[in-house]
Design a protein around this ligand. Structure first.
Ligand code: GDP
Length: 775
């Protein structure tokens, strides 16, 4: 495949012409013999696919299309059909149809719309309600008659309301008594001084010379000393609501209002044509001000003064004032809160100073391995794992029966087994596994951890997290006719590529649902062959790949051998036997500690408990650890393995760690716990050797490593590499084609804990575009 083809395939010719010069199809020099041969085969295939229509296109058009679509026959045929064949027939048809179009009736225009073709039996029948319900629902103007009981309740409520408003009125009047102006006011002025809100009787006609101006709409209901604190401190309340003295000789003088103001405020007298006019505020509950509005302290000043008085009083007599002063109370509460936020300064946990590796060698009786289950959505992964756990007696029949009943009640009876793994109700109702549910089981020789990876496309990041922890993988393939082919085009391929890039080298292929094809050996062989070819092309060694024909639903060849006579031809291992014969990956026991946090939570043991798989090294209770990227130190208070307290844990184990002496804000899912003496560095730029799944160029990418992910950008592509030898085949390529191996430099927006030897996945627009190893 020439470089030019890849460019054309991805429609980058405009950009690339600039760099590469014009290298179109007519430039025969560019076609390698391999290309020429492929072009000839492609041309013939396109002609066959076009059938009788093939005469409508020229060979050059076909070859241009093949060139453009990188020998993709389907795409080329679609392009040629839409570009050259359909337009022709459309043009002919268009002329014929023109006359007809004018006669299309309006009724027939909607003929193909589904709502016109709803059969009678499926149409809704509206049943009239027996009686009007009143209000919005019934739409009747008169509500239905009240029952006696309702009438009694309504009367009681009315009485209580009346009592409440009387009480309110009494309280307000009492406050108003306090609202008199300062006592030093001369007697003559006093008669013109009015409280903030007069009695309703006084309101009418209170304008003009000699009268105090009162807001038209003001009423007693509108004046409420609602603030609880003010009710508690009447002296402040009085100051706050004290009205400004308004005298008869000083009516409100205002400039001629704008039209907006006129719309907003209405004149209080219709006859007052002469200026100055007085205006009331019908739409706002405000008081008119006097001419000398700034003679008294502003409300803010009053509050500030009151506060400073309160605080000085508190300082003078803190013990006696405590109860009466709600401000003091809240300050105290805040101090308490701050105290409770103090970093845990508990004594450091003690260490037993064990030689962990020696302890590990002593106790190692059983192998332990974790595996990931991948495959296309609906391939039957969860059902298969549910069956495995059921047949190994990890879950009992009663639980399965319960799930069966629940599943039947929502019409998905076949999901009962899958629910063993899909434990969360959200997953159940969707029928899709969306998180790594960690399930454990043991056989005579090995203890296994299932990291169930989801099959749904959106959940690939979870699968990456699962795959990065797995020793090996079970690839579930749906043998149902058509389903395998669809799966291979879809997630089966992407998952296998991901597995390889995440460092998984052993795969057990469970060819599932063979019951649906009558245990056909031919189908099994056909699928095995195709998957083998594909996996070896992806980089798996076939000695590490095995195939088992199974039925997850019925349990054949999973723990027990199939008893179906039609499956008699298979005498290989069952799935469990294959699992047991899989060697766990060598553990990095002697390396510095590295653990990627997969969960952070609060437990009875500690306010900060984390869990995750130890990628490298070991740890024991009492150890000091470093959390990256926060760089904070923490101590191991205690440890748990499989819900049992332990003193130590080593690489490869999924451990729960109760931490102490660290604030939870410094720990997040995806962070790395490491050795304090050999900490992992936080970097924002790294070089990675990747396998491209899609076309790569300097572009935005999301960097995933286990549960960690960060936004980044490919900033440089120093070299294309030989897939097998890893030698440089081309320096500074402008793009990297799918399937190629390259060295690229990625820069991230933030510093994250990453180091050489780790595997990362690059994603873009929701698709995995590359995966590889940090250099
Ligand atoms: P997942 O999305 O890969 O986890 O698939 P599920 O385990 O949810 O299964 C999808 C559907 O396939 C369910 O309706 C299962 O009952 C069905 N299924 C799973 N395994 C088998 C099998 O071995 N035989 C048959 N006939 N159906 C199966």
């Amino acid at each position: 495949m020439s470089r030019h083809q890849a460019y054309r395939n991805y429609d980058y010719e405009n950009d690339l012409d600039e760099f590469e010069g014009d290298d179109g199809i007519e430039d025969e020099e560019e076609l390698s013999p391999e290309d020429r041969a492929q072009m000839d085969v492609g041309t013939a295939q396109v002609r066959t696919a076009l059938g009788t229509e093939s005469s409508k296109v020229t060979t050059q058009q076909i070859q241009e299309a093949l060139w453009h679509y990188y020998y993709d026959i389907d795409k080329s045929v679609t392009y040629l059909t839409t570009k050259f064949i359909v337009p022709l027939s459309k043009k002919k048809g268009a002329r014929k149809g023109e006359a007809r179009e004018q006669h299309v009736s309006h009724a027939s225009f909607f003929d193909d719309m589904p709502w016109l073709n709803v059969s009678k039996d499926r149409q809704t029948i509206f049943i009239e309600p027996l009686r009007n319900r009143g209000g919005l629902l019934g739409g009747a103007s008169t509500p239905s008659k009240m029952s006696k009981l309702q009438a009694l309740a309504a009367a009681r409520k009315k009485k209580a309301d009346d009592q409440k408003s009387e009480e309110k009125l009494r309280r307000v009047t009492q406050h108003l008594g306090n609202l008199s102006t300062a006592p030093e006011l001369p007697e003559s002025t006093k008669e013109n001084v009015r409280p903030l809100c007069p009695s309703p009787g006084e309101v009418e006609g209170l304008t003009g010379a000699g009268k105090t101006i009162i807001p038209e709409r003001a009423s007693f209901e509108q004046v409420q000393v609602s603030d609880k604190r003010l009710q508690d401190q009447p002296e402040i309340a009085n100051q706050l609501v004290q009205p400004l003295p308004v005298t008869a000789s000083s009516p409100l003088l205002v400039a001629t209002p704008s039209s907006f103001a006129r719309a907003l405020l209405r004149p209080t007298t219709s006859s007052a044509a002469s200026s100055p006019k007085t205006y009331s505020f019908p739409y706002m509950n405000v008081t008119s001000s006097s001419t000398d509005a700034f003679s008294a302290p502003s409300p803010d000043d009053v509050v500030l003064k009151a506060q400073s008085q309160a605080s000085s009083k508190k300082a003078a007599a803190p013990a006696t004032k405590k109860k009466a002063d709600p401000g003091a109370k809240s300050a105290e509460a805040t101090t308490d809160g701050v105290n409770s936020l103090r970093i845990d300064d508990a004594p450091l946990p003690k260490s037993k100073n064990l030689d962990v590796l020696k302890e590990f060698q002593k106790t190692q009786s059983k192998k332990s391995a974790s595996f990931v289950v991948v495959g296309h959505v609906d391939a039957g992964k969860s059902t298969l794992m549910g069956r495995l756990l059921l047949d190994l007696d990890v879950v009992d029949q009663r639980t399965i029966q319960k799930y069966r009943k629940e599943a039947e009640s929502i019409g998905k009876s076949s999901f009962a087994l899958a629910w063993v793994l899909d434990q969360r109700s959200e997953e159940r109702s969707r029928g899709v596994t969306i998180d790594i549910a960690t399930n454990k089981f043991e056989t005579d020789t090995t203890s296994f951890t299932i990291l169930d990876a989801p099959g749904h496309r959106d959940f690939i990041p979870n699968m990456i997290a699962g795959a990065s922890q797995a020793d090996f993988a079970i690839l579930v393939v749906d043998a149902t006719t058509g389903a395998f082919e669809a799966g291979l085009k879809g997630q089966t391929r992407e998952h296998s590529l991901l597995l390889r890039s995440m460092g998984v080298s052993r795969i057990i292929v469970a060819i599932n649902k063979l019951d649906t094809v009558g245990w056909s050996q031919t189908r099994f062989d056909e699928i095995s062959q195709q998957v083998s070819g594909f996996l070896s092309a992806t980089g798996f060694q076939l000695k590490n790949v095995s195939f088992v024909p199974v039925s997850g639903l019925l349990g054949d060849n999973i723990v027990r051998r199939s008893t179906d006579a039609a499956a008699g031809w298979y005498d290989g291992k069952t799935l469990v036997e294959e699992l047991e014969s899989s060697e766990p990956m060598a553990r990095a026991l002697h390396k510095p500690l590295r653990l990627t946090i997969s969960e952070v939570y609060r437990s009875t043991q500690s306010p900060i408990t984390i869990s995750g798989r130890i990628d490298a090294g070991s740890l024991q209770a009492g150890d000091a650890l470093l959390v990256q990227p926060s760089g904070e130190k923490a101590y191991v208070k205690s440890l748990e393995l499989d819900q049992e307290p332990v003193d130590w844990a080593v690489a490869g184990q999924n451990v729960v760690i109760h931490l102490s002496n660290i604030d939870p804000i410094h720990i997040r899912v995806g962070d790395i716990i490491c050795d304090t003496k050999h900490p992992i560095a936080c970097i924002d730029t790294f070089t990675v050797k990747i396998l491209a799944f899609d076309i790569l160029m300097p572009m935005q990418v999301d960097v995933h490593r286990g549960r960690l992910h960060a936004a980044g950008q490919i900033v440089e592509m120093p070299a294309l590499l030989d897939k097998v030898k890893g030698t440089v085949t081309k320096k500074k390529p402008r793009i990297v084609k799918p399937g190629s191996v390259a060295r690229v430099v990625v820069k991230m927006g933030t510093k994250v804990p990453l180091e050489a030897g780790q595997r990362v996945v690059l994603r873009s627009g929701g698709d995995t575009v590359a995966a590889g190893l940090l250099e």
